[in-house]
Design a protein around this ligand. Structure first.
Ligand SMILES: [Zn+2]
Length: 274
C-alpha cells in the first residue's frame, strides 16, 4: 500500500490550514475524504492517478470513502463524481444531514465492515462523537488509521453539543481506537500522528479534566448555563471563543446528565449537579 496525501486547498477559520485527503494505491485506488471540490485538489488527484498509471495501476479512481458529513470532508463529492464518474462513493449514512450535499448514489458503510480496496482491506469503525456518522478506517497490515476528525496533533477536536456532537460517544470512540493500537494516524487536519497511543490517552485525560472542571464549578456556584460556566472559566477571551467554549461545556453537561450526575432545571438552560 502506498498513500499519497492530497491537500484540499480549503484553509479557513473552521479548517485551519485546510484538509488532508489521502489517495491509497493498493492495486486499486481509494480516496479518503472528498475535500470541497477546489480545482487545485482535483488536479492534484488527477496527477496522482496519472503517476499511478505510470507505475502500472489502472489510473482510474475506484472509490471514495467519506469520514463524515461535515462540508470540508464531503462538499467535493459532486465535483469528483463529475470528473470520475466510474468511482463509487461510500459513507456511514446520516439521513438528517446527507441530503444537504450532492448525492452520488451513496453505498452505505456499517460498523465493523471491511472495505476491499485492491490488495488491502480497510476496516471501517463507526466512531461517533464529533459527528454522529463519523467513521475511521484501519489498514491492519501497516497499522495505518485514517482518522478523519477523531484527533488532531497538538490541538483538540470540537464536540459540537448544539450540532449533533456527543461527548459520551466521543470518549467511547477514543477508547475503542486506543484498544486497536494503530501504529500511525493520518488525520484530516494537521500532521501525521506517529504516537497514537500517547495522543489518544492525552485526549481522554484532557476531556476528563474538563469534565472535573465543570463539576467543580457547579459544586461551588449557583445553578447556571453552559455559557455562564464558559464565561467564568475562560474569563477575558472574546465572545466568539466563549460561545465555542460554551458549546463544549454543554457537551460535558449533557454527558454528566447521561451519567446521572447533573440535571437541567425544568424549562430552562440552567444546570445543577444531582
Ligand atoms: Zn468535522
Amino acid at each position: 500500500m502506498h498513500v499519497v496525501p492530497l491537500h484540499a486547498h480549503n484553509p479557513g477559520p473552521f479548517t485551519g490550514k485546510g484538509n488532508w485527503t489521502y489517495l491509497i494505491l493498493a492495486g486499486e485506488t481509494t480516496l479518503i475524504d472528498a475535500g470541497v471540490g477546489k480545482p487545485e485538489h482535483l488536479d492534484a488527484l488527477a496527477a496522482a492517478l496519472d503517476d499511478a498509471q505510470a507505475l502500472g495501476l489502472s489510473g482510474r479512481l475506484d472509490r471514495v470513502l467519506v469520514t463524515h458529513a461535515h462540508s470540508d470532508h464531503i462538499a467535493g463529492v459532486g465535483a469528483i463524481a463529475e470528473r470520475w464518474p466510474e468511482a463509487s462513493f461510500h459513507k456511514f449514512l446520516w439521513p438528517e444531514r446527507d441530503p444537504a450535499f450532492h448525492d452520488p448514489g451513496w453505498r452505505p458503510l456499517v460498523d465493523d465492515q471491511v472495505v476491499a480496496a485492491g490488495n488491502v482491506g480497510l476496516w471501517t469503525m463507526h466512531t461517533p462523537g464529533h459527528a454522529p456518522d463519523h467513521v475511521v478506517f484501519l489498514e491492519p497490515r501497516s497499522g495505518t488509521l485514517f482518522g478523519g476528525d477523531l484527533v488532531v496533533n497538538g490541538s483538540s477536536v470540537v464536540i459540537p453539543a448544539s450540532g449533533f456532537g456527543s461527548m459520551s460517544a466521543y470518549l467511547r470512540s477514543l477508547h475503542r481506537v486506543l484498544d486497536l493500537q494503530p501504529r500511525r494516524i493520518l488525520p484530516a487536519h494537521g500532521t501525521p500522528i506517529d504516537n497514537p497511543a500517547a495522543l489518544l490517552r492525552n485526549y481522554i485525560r484532557h476531556r476528563l479534566q474538563r469534565e472535573r472542571q465543570v463539576v467543580d464549578y457547579l459544586s461551588t456556584h449557583e445553578p447556571t448555563t453552559a455559557h455562564g460556566i464558559a464565561a467564568d472559566i475562560y474569563r477575558g477571551v472574546s465572545e466568539t471563543l466563549i460561545k465555542a467554549a460554551a458549546d463544549s461545556v454543554l457537551a460535558h453537561l449533557v454527558k454528566l446528565e447521561e451519567d446521572g450526575r447533573a440535571e437541567r432545571l425544568p424549562d430552562s438552560d440552567t444546570w445543577r449537579l444531582r
